[in-house]
Write a protein that binds this ligand. Sequence first.
Ligand code: ADP
Ligand code: MG
Length: 365
Amino acid sequence: MAQVAARRDVRDADPATPGIALEGVRKTFGSVVAVDRVDLEIADGELFAMLGPSGSGKTTVLRMIAGFEQPTEGRIRLAGIDSTDLPPHRRDVNTVFQDYALFPHLSVQQNVEYGLTVRGIGRAERIRRAGEALDMVRLAGVGARRPDELSGGQRQRVALARALVVRPRVLLLDEPLGALDLKLREQMQVELKAIQREVGITFVFVTHDQDEALTLCDRLAVFNAGRIEQVGAAADVYERPQTRFVAGFVGTSNVLDGAAAAALVGRPGVFGIRPEKLEVLPAGTAAGGGLRSTEGTVAEVVYAGSTTRLIVDTDAGAALSVVQLNADTGPAALRRGDRAVVAWHPESVRTLESASPTPPPEGSA
Ligand code: ADP
Ligand code: MG
């Protein structure tokens, strides 16, 4: 088996073979189940996000792909090759850590060259390739500086250049923008996407920020308590959340259940509807054809520049959050205490599973 793996050139893998495949992966630390029954396939060249709250197992999954942790159960294939038992340096994978882990006493150039130096690559080629990597992250010209002479955003780019310089097949990024302030983070999201497109390798990044995941990725997996609740294209997961958890964690949703669901949707169940899919009108206004509507009292009006968020306490019992775009007409004239009509297209309502779709683990009684 090891011989087969060694002889095969992973870069010539069948394009139908996923770049990364996790099969029934479970990881426990003592009595803590960090990751449970994760099955996941990531294609070559994807920009893939693992999204979930703190403690949901994202970093542990990333560390198992990198080889820093061994799964307790299950297999990990990289380019079709069972790599579960391979040490990190035998995997064609590199990691950018959240704290960047730059060497403080080395120059930027030396930091970027590091992976080439340990691979015994000659000086001329090291200089050329480190220069190319620094160009790619738009840091040409700072090679002589030390990390402490750079801004947070620049340090982040050095970490990226240092990981890319060895031309891994897969780049893993654990909360890569977590240390940056909001404006810089938004700018780096756009740049990271451009860099990924340019190098064309698989990027798997971990984030707890749903806006970041939606902005950056092609596809994402939503983690909850060590399991994946949903995998799909960003727009698909946002538009068609399958569970109560995903509906609430990826964006905000009005979740309807019990009597309010029956009254508003017309059948029993658990349903989600996004605040921007609701329209709020002054009481007495007829909703358009094909729309469902309900009456209620405006409980809150929050003006937020481009949008206004209203909370309407419906007579059916559910409080609905509504987001209106403050387009040409400006904010709605509705005030706290006003009676209002809330209307929506029936197709905007999503049926949710209230619990995780995966079965409980064996032996858990
Ligand atoms: P995330 O990255 O989503 O925040 P982690 O993968 O870091 O989550 O952690 C998942 C769970 O596993 C948490 O409950 C965490 O405390 C636990 N955990 C992670 N690493 C270790 C470890 N080395 N030893 C013990 N528990 C750990
Ligand atoms: Mg983490």
